[in-house]
Design a protein around this ligand. Structure first.
Ligand code: FES
Length: 105
């Protein structure tokens, strides 16, 4: 896993961040960031345009919901999104991304 630095958004809520050239979705609430993939697995909507409700990230297109901790889709959806670990060290935030195996060599 590689840790990449990121900056917290200025406002709480759902927005996008760029990390290592990749667009991710950040859910920032109560001073805690959660980072997930930004593309909805249902039909590709931009999840960073969605909102958070009861610990679920809601897709703006057809309102699929995903647990912001586990990425698991709501019952019956049969889908999920990636979630990424975050940590804070000396006031700097990092998100952990596992390098895909095809990029190792
Ligand atoms: S594209 Fe996200 S729910 Fe359909």
């Amino acid at each position: 896993m590689i840790w990449h630095e990121f900056k917290l958004p200025k406002k709480e809520g759902v927005s996008e961040i760029q990390v290592d050239g990749k667009k991710l979705c950040i859910i920032y609430q109560s001073g805690t960031p959660h980072i997930t993939s930004a593309k909805c697995p249902h039909a590709g909507a931009d999840l960073s345009q969605g909102w958070c409700e009861g610990g679920k990230l809601i897709c703006p297109f057809h309102r699929h919901g995903f647990d912001i901790q586990t990425g698991r889709g709501n019952p019956g959806q049969g889908n999920y999104i990636n979630t990424y670990p975050v940590k804070e060290e000396n006031g700097t935030w990092y998100v952990g991304i596992t390098k895909p195996w095809w990029k190792i060599f």
